[in-house]
Design a binder for this molecule. Structure first.
Ligand code: AMP
Ligand code: MN
Ligand code: MN
Length: 320
């Protein structure tokens, strides 16, 4: 697989890197790291991500280089690489880039990946797509500079809950150790990513915690974030990442469900489990996907109804 990817990269000059909608640290980190690596080899690289980058990731150098509109790009790309995208819909408007290029690569770690590209490197044992990007950069013999190192560390840290989730492996720590040797400062990174909340985000956390309810004898928790709540505290929806963990980290809770009202009225559901519920399977019942312990889907109905239908399905997953 790596040989095929290396060949495509070596043979092509104009390369587009695409991250997923509602971006997180892993997709942004993967695009930035691979972007820096390929640019250092004389490639023309352009980065694409439909939605705005959350504030806590904007400290990463190069974040301002992402295009969020198709018209801002006049290139004809020889090669398009999707990073951390489980299916073409996750590319949003930049799905068009895939359609217009006949050389496409999909690098991802979601078990629900639909293998939509010409070459698909999908490894669900990787804690983050950034782990795969790191392996690729090393394999290409490209030196790891600070831009690459900080971006990779960010993706690995955010997808593993700062090295605490069950997807964290010895390999995760080996990569992190190598990044620290390159010069990554873990305290500075944690400060930037997790300990630099705006007061508005803290107020939203408070409101979201207030909506927590327990179901099924305390095995399932639900949390809600409505448009009204966002307006009241004056915060953008992209600043609501990670809040589902407050519902998950309750004694006795196996499955946490966050229902978030989108601008278009649809409901985005974030699912997190501790040991039993396969969130990827549960999310796939509603057209979504992800991993066993963390998945998501978007449902076109009211918040009240989304909660009702997801809870109904979730009950049967508790038995494992
Ligand atoms: P989130 O709850 O948005 O933080 O997402 C948790 C995990 O599920 C991440 O790995 C996402 O990439 C994945 N995911 C979220 N929403 C979807 C969706 N609609 N389709 C496929 N995967 C998703
Ligand atoms: Mn992601
Ligand atoms: Mn990821």
């Amino acid at each position: 697989m790596l040989t095929k990817i290396k060949k495509l990269i070596c043979e092509n000059k104009n390369i587009a890197l695409v991250g997923h909608i509602m971006p997180d640290g892993d997709t942004i980190g993967s695009c930035l790291a691979l972007g820096y690596a390929l640019e250092s080899q004389g490639k023309n690289v352009e980065l694409f991500c439909q939605d705005e980058i959350p504030d806590n990731l904007c400290f990463l150098k190069g974040c301002d280089k992402f295009h969020n509109e198709i018209i801002s790009c006049n290139y004809c790309f020889d090669l398009v690489i999707a990073l951390d995208c489980s299916d073409p819909e996750r590319l949003g408007i930049f799905y068009k880039l895939l359609e217009t290029s006949n050389q496409t690569i999909n690098i991802d770690h979601h078990i629900s990946n639909t293998k939509f590209a010409l070459v698909n490197w999908v490894d669900p044992t990787a804690a983050a797509t950034c782990e795969l990007v790191y392996e690729l950069i090393k394999n290409l013999n490209i030196p790891i500079n600070m831009g690459i190192a900080n971006a990779i560390y960010t993706g690995i840290s955010t997808d593993t809950g700062n090295f605490s989730y069950s997807n964290t492996t010895s390999k995760t720590h080996i990569i992190a150790a190598e990044l620290l040797e390159t010069g990554v400062q873990p305290e500075e990174m944690s400060m930037n990513i997790y300990k630099n909340n705006s007061i508005e985000r803290v107020k939203l956390i408070s409101k979201a915690i207030d909506t927590i309810e327990l179901h099924e004898d305390g095995c399932i928790s639900t949390m809600e974030i409505t448009r009204d709540m966002l307006i009241e505290v004056g915060v953008h929806e992209k600043e609501s990442s990670g809040m589902v963990n407050y519902a998950k980290d309750i004694k006795g809770v196996e499955l946490a469900l966050l229902f978030k009202e989108q601008e278009d009225g649809q409901i985005k559901v974030s699912m997190r489990s501790k040991k039993i519920v396969d969130c990827n399977e549960l999310a796939s019942l509603f057209g979504g996907g992800g991993h066993a312990r963390a998945a998501g889907c978007t449902i076109n109905t009211t918040l009240y109804n989304a909660k009702k239908i997801v809870l109904e399905e979730a009950k049967s997953f508790l038995k494992g």
